[in-house]
Structures are given as C-alpha cells and as structure tokens.
Design a protein around this ligand. Sequence first.
Ligand code: NAP
Length: 215
Amino acid sequence: MSKLRVQSFGVSLDGYAAGPDQGLQRPLGARGEELMSWFFPTRVFQKMHGASDGEAGVDNAMAEQGFDGIGAWILGRNMFGPIRGPWPDESWKGWWGDEPPYHVPVFVLTHHARPPLAMRGGTVFHFVTDGIESALARARVAAGGRDVRLGGGTATVRQYLRAGLIDELHLAIRPVLLGAGENLWRDIDASALGYECTKHVAGERAMHVFLRRRT
Ligand SMILES: NC(=O)c1ccc[n+]([C@@H]2O[C@H](COP(=O)([O-])OP(=O)(O)OC[C@H]3O[C@@H](n4cnc5c(N)ncnc54)[C@H](OP(=O)(O)O)[C@@H]3O)[C@@H](O)[C@H]2O)c1
C-alpha cells in the first residue's frame, strides 16, 4: 500500500510551520524563511532553482529522500498561492513558475472549484473541493502504487494528522522561536493519535525528526 508522507516540513521549536501575515511578498509569513533556512543552501534546492551545485551534507540528504518514490502530492490552497476566497480569474498558477518542481499530479484542497492546470514538466494541479479523503483517494490512484507526499501547509497537515491518515512525518526542527503564525501542534495530541518518534538526525541547520504512525 502506498504511504502518505510529510517530508522536509520546517517547524520552529515552538511548533510553528508558517509565520503570520502570509502574502505575495512573504509566502511563508513573517519570519517564515527562518523555518526553511536549512533547505535553501542544499544541493537539492539550489539545483531546483537553476544553480549548478549546493551544499551536500546531512540537510541535503534529508531533503533528497523526501522526493524518493513520490507519485503525487497534496497541498492546501494557501501553500499554492496568496489568493484567498473565490478565484478572481485563472491567472495564478502557483509560486513555482512555468515548470514547478513536482513533475507529477498535485491535488490542491480548496473550497473554490477551478479546472485542472497543466504545467511544463509533468505537473498538473487538480483542485479538490470535496475534502481530504477524496484528495487522498485521487492522489493514490494518480501515484500508481508510489507514495503520496503531503506538502503542507499547516492546516492541511493538521487535518490529515487528526484523521490518522499520515503514515510518516519528517519534520525539520529549526532552533528558532516564532511565537506566532500557523502552529502544527495546537490542540493535537500526536501520541494519542498513534504517532511515535522513530529517528532523529542532527543536520547542519536543523534537527531532522521522523515520526511514524503505530500500526
Ligand atoms: N514549514 C514548511 O515546511 C511549509 C511547507 C508547506 C507550506 N508552508 C507554509 O504554510 C503556509 C500555508 O499553510 P496554511 O495552514 O495557512 O494553509 P494550507 O494548509 O496551505 O491551506 C489551507 C486552505 O486550503 C483549503 N483547504 C484546506 N483543507 C480543505 C478542505 N478539507 N476542504 C476544502 N478546502 C480546504 C482552504 O482554502 P479555501 O477555503 O480558501 O479554498 C484552507 O483555508 C504558507 O505560508 C506556506 O508557505 C510551510
């Protein structure tokens, strides 16, 4: 059975996975880059953005394994873009330019229907308005036996966590206190939901923590 995996999810010490006041100028919210500053220097991120190389240490290895065996993604609508409410038109095509780094079908949860959007390089964004189970079922079919990666953001990961549908989570814990924003753990008892920590690895700029749902 294919797994639902959260990978490379940047979280502050106090549990925030995005800062407050998300918008066009700051997709991750105020101070949100501090959550992902472990990822930006890595070879995998640098190559994704056209550089010839980047750092190849532990953080890079942790980021790389997050792309292994992935056949589809699920995102929340706020991770897809800064627009809230009904789509004014279909001009917004994600943060990632003409060729997004997914290269497989991506299922975007939203309350606002929109036709599928095919991008260069094999990414097709499908907008799902009938809930998390439906998005997961469609993603599993699209993945054809490979795993489904749950990209985020926070509200979306929280819903799948509460429903006990996530098999594995890799959190990149950054040694910063954000104090405000979107908190992953607010009112969530992950232990009671059946999750346990199976591994932790110190990277150059983050502590990589792996959680798995007990079977
Ligand atoms: N730290 C990390 O590694 C990481 C990773 C990914 C993203 N992020 C950041 O996280 C932030 C986004 O997270 P977020 O918590 O604000 O939002 P999110 O999870 O990306 O999206 C939430 C929105 O998705 C739609 N949605 C979610 N569940 C739905 C459902 N069951 N049915 C229908 N629509 C549903 C709703 O939008 P509508 O009602 O408007 O349609 C909802 O407001 C961004 O700043 C992003 O950059 C961080």
